[in-house]
Design a protein around this ligand. Structure first.
Ligand code: BTN
Length: 244
């Protein structure tokens, strides 16, 4: 995959910008990166604060796979991004299923995957990554769902945004090549970075709550949770909190 970067100052959302480009036929490997997003979006339609100092980008991919496989790409991206951060800095970031990147229980970043498909084949995927690199999370509003942190706060120094982006793109390019044929290897790395497996969790879904122990992830990227009665729940989507 050849990477070509489009750098913007301020944009509503790199996600929407990249989706427009993808719909117009932009090739796989096109990355839209912005200094500021005015209306950054998170998962489940939530807002995503995107001040100057963070790394906000969206990558266009065109995997030839069925739409059902795309959740695997989110997990793959979480591995690529988390490993890049850990390699480039002294932090020990982990992954909270499905796509949160955490340090010490605080959210450092997240991944938003959106796709368009026709006739059960993916046309394009836009993989959005948001990372609090040099931002001051003390300036974030207090009503956030989860406490936030930044690389600057964790390491005590500023990181070079271009260097972090390049390290992530190198990893993503390599790991995307493993998506077909070697996905199990990527999943083993996901498990090694997971802060969820073996923990007691609550999964909230519209009209439903599941409490139990998260014990594995399946080949589709669903979280397997076993409850007190010994039943296994296959969780494809939802909000997860770690009880202990
Ligand atoms: C989440 O954890 O809810 C996912 C957050 C994804 C944020 C990124 S920042 C770049 C891209 N543009 C957006 O509007 N959102 C994603």
């Amino acid at each position: 995959m050849k990477i070509s970067k489009i750098k913007l100052e301020a944009v509503s959302s790199t996600q929407d910008y990249a989706k427009r480009l993808a719909a117009e036929g932009a090739p796989e490997g096109t990355v839209v990166v912005a200094r500021i997003q005015e209306r950054g979006r998170g998962r489940l339609g939530r807002r995503w604060l995107s001040p100057e100092g963070g790394l906000w980008f969206s990558l266009i991919l065109r995997p030839s796979c069925a739409p059902a496989r795309v959740s695997g790409l989110t997990l793959l991206a979480a591995v690529s991004v988390t490993e890049a951060i850990n390699a480039k800095t002294s932090v020990n970031a982990g992954i909270k299923w499905p796509n949160d990147i955490l340090i010490g229980g605080k959210k450092l970043g997240g991944i938003l995957t959106e796709m368009t498909a026709a006739m059960n084949v993916v046309d394009y995927v836009v993989l959005g990554v948001g990372l609090n690199v040099n931002v001051e999370t003390a300036e974030f509003p207090h009503d956030l769902l989860m406490p936030a942190t930044s690389l600057k706060e964790e390491t005590g120094r500023e990181s070079d945004l271009d260097e972090i982006l390049d390290a992530i793109m190198d990893n993503l390019t390599r790991d995307y090549g493993l998506f077909v044929g070697h996905f199990n290897d990527v999943m083993s790395r996901w498990k090694a970075l997971s802060i969820v497996l073996g923990r007691e969790v609550i999964v909230s879904q519209p009209g439903k709550r599941i409490t139990g122990t998260a014990f594995d992830i399946d080949g589709d990227g669903a979280l397997l949770v076993s409850d007190d009665q010994g039943a296994t729940h296959i969780v494809h989507a939802g909000d997860l909190s770690i009880l202990r």
